[in-house]
Design a protein around this ligand. Structure first.
Ligand code: TPP
Ligand code: MG
Length: 586
């Protein structure tokens, strides 16, 4: 169900006064109408005169509904919100960015969406491209040649159409490309003059169903049979469950495949939950770097099934080093279609014995049918220590513990987790339990992603919880205002170590390497003196601000209060003053 099919599902919106009926339309009215045809529920934006035509059309032609505008205080958050919305719903929404400067501000979040393979329909603007129509100074400052070059290395497609008709086709094509796996952001740059051009009657819009993204590509039966033979005959098969959709059906099929083959399964922290972490076959808590006991199981594997694992070569390197990989590798991934020259987010090149170039959701049901049940026992599951919770000091593990206790019996979605957070802190037993990291390692994306995911989860009964570093929160914090203004319930817990602490660890290592004083690691890193009052910041944006919580003994009460606030429909930010220190490597 979506906003177009069910307008009541739309969130409370800024209602415009009705505009007078007319048979006179402008180019941007057609673009806005196309957004509705494409079923965009929302368009997150920061305004700008370069797309004032489109802005007017969304407000006065569409009545600010389907899509509804979501005002972002920072352009970067507009794209992060759209990314988060996709992460929690597998559904694309739009973002609009002002010509060059808005786009410049948003580049990092476009990169994050790209690395996360998150489709976002980004509308930009420029010009007027016709110099004779430009207003002095401002239109010249904000017009540049080949604006999309700023993001071409990390978008799937871009275009600057030369007519309204071409613009409509560009939007159709962009939407189709963005949602074809491997997915990613796309950019359509709408010339201001086109938007503001009088077009008379509204042009007939095409049937968008005929321009939809294609059905998932299926692997050949022959390849599936070969993969099934390898897996069924393996002594120690292992599944690396990587980039998967949020579909519950896909989740159940992965579990069924692992159970049929009695194969051990790994999941990571950079991607959303892909397998129940407390299942008997799930080797170790999800991690970025695995403990030696877990790696031993991988080392014993004779057949490895990668379901679009994020860094397969890097994972294998931890076992084999520079020696040849002796296990047979089955790769299920179509990610190669997005591998290009500018960004190396594709990681090192893995050796592959059988390559099923499709999405995991396409291959797994076929493998499930083709595989013979394997009854040989899976290697013993190692036991892992859960990081201890200090009774005296406020730590990240304490935050995790308090959150687990406060949300017992509730469906929770961890929309984001901070660096240093151990996968052993919580259990993920549903594809929406955890949405993975921001993709491109861009600090500042956490708040926007959390609000976008919360928007998608609004009304679902699932509590969105974003646990963020203070650096991450402070960079993107104004997404909180978007949440409060549009009444999008969400909980943000800031693990506030008052530092860009990850980098303190780097400075410490460098100093040690050079026999220099490691105690200087805090300089240029600590966010103290004065400490920033994060709860007050949240309150200033209309949210409930809790804290600063400085004592371990006070944490549980504060988190309980915060969960209650959000369960009642509020937006709440908890400032948890944790001690610097990590239980996991980022
Ligand atoms: C946009 C951006 N700037 C800088 C960095 C480098 N960086 C990586 S982690 C980190 C620290 C993040 O601080 P915080 O969110 O407070 O988490 P902490 O490391 O303190 O746990 C920084 C600055 C980055 N990844 N992205
Ligand atoms: Mg920090």
């Amino acid at each position: 169900m979506n906003a177009k099919q069910n307008p009541s599902a739309a969130i409370l919106h800024d209602s415009p006064v009705r505009s007078r009926e007319s048979d006179q339309f402008w180019g941007s009215d057609a673009f806005a109408a196309m957004l509705r045809e494409l079923d965009m529920p929302y368009i997150a934006l920061n305004p700008g005169a370069s797309y004032r035509g489109l802005h007017d059309s969304i407000v006065n032609h569409l009545g600010n509904r389907a899509p509804q505008m979501l005002l972002s205080i920072h352009d970067e958050n507009a794209v992060s919100i759209a990314q988060g919305y996709w992460k929690a719903s597998d559904r694309m929404m739009a973002a609009a960015l002002h010509s060059n400067v808005g786009l410049m501000h948003a580049t990092m979040s476009v990169f994050d969406a790209w690395c996360d393979r998150a489709p976002v329909l980004i509308l930009g603007a420029t010009g007027p491209w016709d110099a004779a129509k430009r207003r002095p100074w401002i239109d010249w400052i904000h017009t540049c040649s080949d604006q999309a070059a700023l993001i071409r290395g990390y978008t799937k497609w871009d275009n600057q159409p030369g007519s309204v008709e071409a613009g409509l086709e560009a939007m159709l094509r962009a939407s189709q490309i963005a949602q074809t796996a491997p997915r990613g952001p796309v950019y359509v740059n709408l010339d201001a003059a086109l938007q503001e051009q009088k077009i008379g009657p509204m042009p007939a819009l095409p049937d968008v169903k005929r321009y939809a993204a294609p059905e998932a590509v299926m692997p050949s039966a022959e390849l599936v049979a070969r993969a099934a033979k390898l897996l069924s005959g393996a002594k120690n098969p292992v599944m690396l469950a990587g980039r998967c959709l949020r579909s519950l059906e896909g989740w159940k099929q992965r579990v069924a495949l692992a159970e049929k083959l009695n194969m051990r399964v790994f999941t990571g922290m950079k991607l959303g939950a892909a397998f129940p972490t407390d299942h008997r076959l799930h080797v170790s808590p999800p991690a970025n770097r695995f403990a030696p006991e877990a790696l031993k199981i991988l080392a014993e594997a004779d057949v490895i099934l990668s379901l679009d694992w994020l860094d397969l070569a890097g994972m294998l390197k931890q076992i084999y080093g520079v020696k040849p990989v002796t296990a047979k590798i089955i790769q299920v991934s179509c990610d190669q279609h997005n591998h290009r020259g500018w960004s190396m987010d594709y990681q090192a090149l893995p050796p592959i014995d059988l390559y099923l170039m499709c999405e995991p959701e396409a291959a797994v049901p076929m493998l499930l049918e083709a595989c013979q049940a394997r009854t040989a026992p899976a290697p013993d599951k190692p036991t892992f220590k859960v990081p201890p919770v200090s009774a005296d000091e406020l730590s990240m593990s304490g935050v995790a513990h308090a959150l687990t206790a406060a949300t017992k019996g509730m469906a929770v979605c961890y929309t984001h987790l901070p660096i240093g957070w151990s996968g052993a802190y919580s259990r993920f037993n549903h594809p929406l339990d955890y949405l993975g990291a921001e993709g491109g390692g861009g600090v500042g994306a956490g708040p926007g992603i959390t609000v976008g995911a919360a928007l998608a989860l609004n009304g679902s009964g699932r509590l969105p919880v974003g646990v963020l570093g203070d650096g991450d929160f402070l960079m993107g914090n104004t997404a909180v205002w978007t949440a409060t203004h549009y009444k999008i319930p969400c909980l943000v817990v800031v693990c506030n170590n008052r530092s860009f602490f990850n980098d303190e660890r780097h400075q410490e290592r460098v100093a040690q390497e050079r026999s220099r004083p490691p105690e200087n690691r805090w300089i240029g890193m600590r966010i103290g003196d004065p400490d920033i009052d994060i709860a007050a910041m949240a309150r200033s944006m209309g949210a409930t601000g809790v804290g600063p919580v400085t004592k371990a003994s006070e944490l549980r009460k504060s988190i309980d209060q915060a969960v209650e606030t959000v369960a009642k429909g509020g937006v709440c930010v908890v400032d948890a003053r944790v001690l610097p220190g990590y239980d996991a490597d980022g």
